[in-house]
Design a protein around this ligand. Structure first.
Ligand code: TRP
Length: 332
């Protein structure tokens, strides 16, 4: 049997090229050598209670994105978290082994507390229990399927540590080997993607390039990348330019060298640099974009794919949870 790779993606708007390079691409790579379980973490998105329409549309958008970028639903198990009731039962079991103080130290919660303090609000204002226990639900997602590796961004490292800790507590308390300890597979550091303003590309900075938009929008967005005010004639330093740093990610070494020469030779304005980037990006996104547009309009197909995936996932989750129920003594 192959090792298992598992990851979850929250349905919160159109994924951007940072998500693609940092999370989606490495996860797709793992499907070649691992049994992959990739899911849409819709109940995690509910902790920030998006409107029902947004929940629906963003779920389809994430599903279509993964499929358009090459996820094969026959090979990987691709499902919606909310379709797997066992996740939520296991979540309760884990809750009962989670020291409250642990969750007090979770980064997401601490950030919210700090923000409230800054704004001189009640420390817990706007924090619901779903948000507070977010890491427990995430541990349930992972432990239910005995994942070996979990491809995630650097920001999820603490969540993985929590999952390992909860698993160990349960295993030790019942003196069993029920839960496998998952390994994080952190990909983000190897290739941090710069955003339009030169900071890390992130939705929270509002500096992203969406993966799938029209050609026209892509052109407009790439034109918004911030540059210095050097004249056309001046030689430019590629390694200090967000335009080049972005461009380079999509080029092989030889191509990157060629583009570098154009920068250092002088005589190239920023408009030209941006349009070279646009051409490369557009070339690589053209086919998946068409596929995305076709898929996102076919919600009947997407529903069918996710339904089949959920059946496969439940076939793993059901027997596993039964084992857990026996161990804790609620089933015999
Ligand atoms: N918390 C993850 C994020 O925000 C999403 C997620 C939910 C997840 N459950 C998971 C990731 C399980 C990996 C494994 O990106």
């Amino acid at each position: 049997m192959n090792l298992r790779s598992l990851t979850g993606i929250k349905p919160t708007g159109m994924p951007h090229i940072g998500n693609w390079l940092g999370a989606i691409k490495p996860a797709l790579e793992l499907t070649k050598t691992y049994d992959a379980l990739y899911f849409i973490a819709d109940y995690h998105a509910l902790t920030i209670t998006p409107a029902p329409e947004a929940m629906k549309n963003d779920t389809y958008s994430v599903a279509a994105t993964w499929l358009a970028l090459g996820l094969d639903p026959e090979k990987a198990v691709f499902y919606k978290q909310s379709d797997i009731p066992q996740v939520f039962e296991l979540c309760w079991l884990l809750n009962c082994f989670t020291p409250k103080g642990f969750l007090n130290r979770a980064h997401g919660y601490k950030d919210k507390l700090a923000k409230n303090k800054e704004l001189k609000k009640d420390p817990d204002e706007g924090i619901n229990m779903g948000f507070y226990s977010y890491p427990v639900l995430m541990a349930a997602d992972i432990l239910l399927f005995s994942a070996d590796v979990v491809p995630v961004g650097h920001d999820q490292k603490q969540h993985l540590e929590f999952a390992r800790d909860f698993a160990t507590r349960v295993n030790n308390f019942y003196q069993v080997d029920l839960f496998k300890l998952p390994e994080p597979r952190i990909t983000e550091n190897s290739q941090t993607v710069v955003g339009l303003d030169g900071r890390k590309m992130s939705k929270s900075y509002d500096n992203t390039i969406p993966l799938f938009c029209t050609e026209k929008q892509l052109k407009k967005i790439t034109n918004r990348i911030i540059t210095n005010s050097q004249d056309v004639e001046e030689a430019k330093d590629p390694d200090k330019s967000s335009v080049f740093l972005l461009h380079k990610i999509f080029l092989d070494d030889a191509q990157a060298e060629d583009v570098k020469k154009i920068y250092t030779a002088g005589g190239m304005g920023w408009g030209k640099a941006k349009s070279m980037l646009f051409e490369t990006l557009n070339e690589q996104l053209k086919n998946p974009r068409e596929e995305y547009n076709r898929l996102v309009a076919d919600t009947v197909y997407l529903d069918e794919v996710l339904k089949k995936g959920a059946e496969k996932a439940r076939a793993i989750a059901g027997p596993f949870l039964e084992k857990a129920r026996k161990i804790i003594g609620v089933a015999s």
